[in-house]
Design a binder for this molecule. Structure first.
Ligand code: I3S
Length: 132
């Protein structure tokens, strides 16, 4: 039987296409940003960025195709999330996610509504996983 925390985490599950780039790899700042549109899945407190955005909506939360390989996975436990400061990117609606292992990602979408929904789900996931 799932615990209340596990049940709460499930309600936060989410998938969609976002722009993202990795800026720090385990404490080491990367020299260049490479923004990519990426199929992104939040499931069970883990955020997965797939290599590309080619997806079938029918795939739902699941990995849409065996050809689509996860590029980065971020465990929300011990992570932190904020709106990125202006000096991190000239783009609008940018989130900054720091993982427990010291990696950082920028996450962006031109729609503020879409980014806000992700912000909420990720922030609540972090909170839920840090409570115990
Ligand atoms: O931090 P930077 O260098 O201003 O980031 C920009 C670069 O990654 C740029 O790539 P090129 O150096 O190949 O042009 C990207 O095209 C820009 O999108 C990056 O800046 P923003 O402000 O969009 O994150």
């Amino acid at each position: 039987q799932a615990s209340p925390a596990e049940e709460k985490i499930k309600t936060l599950d989410k998938a969609g296409v976002l722009h993202r780039t990795k800026t720090v790899d385990k404490g080491r700042r990367l020299r260049k940003k490479h923004w990519n549109a990426s199929w992104t899945v939040l499931e069970g407190g883990v955020l997965t960025f797939f290599k590309d955005s080619k997806t079938s909506a029918a795939g739902g939360l699941r990995q849409p195709s065996k050809l689509s390989t996860p590029e980065y996975t971020v465990e929300l436990k011990g992570a932190s999330l904020s709106w990125a400061p202006k000096d991190k990117s000239s783009k609008k609606n940018v989130l900054e996610l720091r993982s427990r292992d010291g990696s950082e990602y920028l996450i962006q979408h031109d729609s503020e509504a879409i980014v806000s929904t992700w912000y909420k789900a990720i922030a609540e996931g972090i909170e839920e996983l840090s409570a115990d």
